[in-house]
Design a protein. Structure first.
Length: 119
């Protein structure tokens, strides 16, 4: 199943140069990956354990609309990976462009934080 969400880049998301602060983007990527795994495995607990690569291909500014997509990529015994892709559309354009992608690994845990098998 694919999970898609949108974010509007606002002034509070910008760094001191006027561009999207990378930490905000990573937070949104992590949230979308968690929402995707939570939808695919309801009533399970998951924690992020890794992002495979962090490379900001394009910068984003105030007013850009970001489309963030996540879909399951690989399943292990206790973990599942989600490929997350972020596209940006500037206010003055009808076209989107790829700005970021990564693979997020989520591990299933019990109430004590111990790894447990996927259902």
């Amino acid at each position: 199943m694919q999970t898609t969400t949108f974010k509007l880049v606002m002034p509070e998301h910008l760094n001191h140069y006027g561009y999207l602060f990378g930490g905000n983007l990573l937070k949104w990527v992590d949230e979308v990956a968690w929402m995707a795994v939570s939808r695919d495995y309801p009533a399970s607990r998951f924690l992020t354990v890794a992002m495979d690569q962090v490379e900001f291909r394009k910068r984003s500014g105030n007013g850009d609309i970001l489309r963030i997509e996540a879909h399951a990529a690989e399943r292990g015994r206790t973990s599942v990976q989600y490929h997350v892709t972020v596209y940006r559309r500037p206010l003055d354009s009808a076209d989107e462009e790829l700005m970021f992608s990564t693979t997020v690994t989520q591990v299933r845990v019990d109430e004590n934080g111990n790894k447990i098998p996927l259902p």
